[in-house]
Design a protein around this ligand. Structure first.
Ligand SMILES: Cc1cc2nc3c(=O)[nH]c(=O)nc-3n(C[C@H](O)[C@H](O)[C@H](O)COP(=O)(O)OP(=O)(O)OC[C@H]3O[C@@H](n4cnc5c(N)ncnc54)[C@H](O)[C@@H]3O)c2cc1C
Length: 445
């Protein structure tokens, strides 16, 4: 699939065109980028043409799906953005219990389309996040302790990779072909090795779920709830995943049990709900309906998150720090988020994965959100200080919520998988065509 004279195909929007602003803008406005052009691809051949065009023109490129990169890494100044968001096929094989999806699908679309046919996959919580970017980094949410990481369901991927000095080609990564690339795509992070145009995912049957939201006013009970949650959530019934989310005025627990009864859910959460006087809402239904109606991140332009996996229980000092930072948020919407691990995350999918945090008890994330550019320094500073204060108590970080200032970021994201990821990079992208601020470097010689 190479062309003698590379041409951009698909819809091309260049700087100065009327649609440029809408085409370039990312979800997080904190990092505005001004590419030379954005190409909206319709199929894998458009992606091949775009990569070849950029290589022959000698300009940098980035892959983009759902535009939710928190650090603006799916775009760049002056280069080419290769956007796959129009590639939204959904082909379900009910007998094999698999689906082939276009990487342009966002989580909300995937959950809805699969739910209609009685299936479910593990995804993150935010409907607008693209499968293209979330799956290669890992992907976790409220089905993770039952089904594993989103990337664990990935059994094959169609990927456009660099080929020779100027070209590009489509490869299939599966258990038999390019299995090292499939391994790397399960947790090695988007943007590193090529551009995925479709994913084939293993499906799970949909069951009724029990869903609970408990809200506590203020932060008076935050330390006690966190302490109990850290003890119970990682070892709970595998059907149960939960998250704690706090803003400046309150905090809440969301918990989902896939299958099971209301009584089982309440029994699992009994010791948490006995703390203080939370307002508790219980729902029963099917996950796709609840997912479609769940609260989303507020519609704000500016965001700064940091990530941390926690593999040894937090000591009291860490909880005191969290309560302290939550009493001093820069804006009402800034907060602290934790999501339970354990359960199915502990098991590697057949063929293994580059996701390096299977032994995490939980994930946590200080995050600032604001709408006034005058608050940039205050909000960014608070999030960075909060992250630095908690770092001594964590082990590792999440490439999908990058810690841009971290010195040893490869070790934080990939642990002992770092060397193998560099080898995979050297095999598929020795010339480092797919590079960004924290991309994996190819192994030397
Ligand atoms: C509000 C919000 C909530 C979130 N909640 C969760 C959560 O609950 N769980 C969770 O796991 N994560 C969560 N995340 C993080 C999310 O997983 C990442 O932001 C993810 O990388 C976004 O993917 P995208 O396709 O939308 O973004 P993009 O900006 O399009 O891409 C993100 C990265 O992936 C690369 N990429 C995109 N498409 C491709 C492709 N087709 N082939 C190769 N590389 C590609 C890009 O180059 C870039 O490096 C959240 C993020 C936000 C902003």
């Amino acid at each position: 699939m190479t062309t003698a004279t590379a041409k951009l195909t698909g819809e091309v929007v260049r700087a100065g065109d009327p649609g440029y602003e809408a085409a370039r803008i990312g979800w997080n406005r904190l990092y505005p980028r001004y590419p030379e052009a954005i190409v909206f691809c319709n199929d894998a051949q458009d992606v091949v043409n775009a990569v070849e065009w950029a290589r022959r023109e000698g300009i940098a490129l980035r892959a983009r799906s759902g535009r939710h990169s928190l650090d603006g890494w799916s775009s760049l100044d002056g280069g080419l953005v290769i956007d796959v968001s129009r590639m939204k096929c959904v082909e379900i094989d009910e007998t094999a219990r698999t689906v082939r999806v276009g990487t342009g699908l966002v989580q909300r679309e995937a959950v809805a389309a699969l739910g209609e046919r009685g299936f479910v996959i593990s995804t993150g919580s935010e409907g607008g996040v693209g499968l293209g970017g979330v799956i290669p980094g890992g992907g976790f949410g409220l089905l993770t302790r039952l089904l594993g990481m989103a990337c664990d369901a990935l059994i094959a991927a169609e990927i456009v990779v660099a080929d020779g000095p100027h070209s590009a080609k489509v490869v299939e990564a599966n258990e038999h072909h390019n299995s090292d690339l499939l391994w790397a795509w399960r947790g090695g992070g988007g943007g590193n090795f090529g551009i995925a145009t479709s994913y084939t995912l293993k499906l799970h049957e949909l069951s009724e779920v029990q869903f609970l939201i408990a809200k506590w006013d203020g932060h008076g009970d935050l330390g006690a709830v966190l302490r109990n949650w850290q003890r119970d959530a990682p070892v709970a019934d595998e059907r149960l995943s939960s998250a704690l989310d706090s803003d400046s005025t309150h905090f809440e627990l969301t918990a989902l049990m896939h299958g099971g009864s209301r009584q089982e859910l309440e029994d699992e959460l009994g010791s948490l709900l006995a703390i203080g006087t939370p307002e508790v809402t219980l729902m029963r239904g099917f996950w796709p309906d609840l997912y479609a109606n769940a609260d989303r991140a507020p519609d704000l332009p500016f965001w700064k998150f940091y990530s941390q996996f926690v593999k040894r229980p937090f000591p009291d000092k860490a909880f005191d720090l969290i309560v302290h930072y939550m009493a001093n948020t820069p804006t009402a919407t800034s907060g602290f988020f934790c999501s339970s691990f354990g359960g199915a995350v502990r098991h590697e999918p057949p063929g293994g994965s580059a996701f390096a945090h299977r032994d995490a008890l939980f994930y946590c994330e200080p995050g600032a959100a604001w709408d006034d550019a005058a608050l940039h320094a205050k909000a960014v500073g608070w999030a960075a200080d909060f992250w630095r204060a908690l770092r001594p108590f964590g082990d590792g970080a999440y490439i999908n919520v990058a810690n841009a200032p971290a010195a040893d970021w490869e070790r934080d994201y990939y642990g002992s998988n770092r060397e193998r990821l560099r080898q995979v990079k050297a095999t598929y992208d020795p010339e480092n065509v797919f590079s960004f601020e924290q991309s994996i470097p190819p192994a030397a010689g």
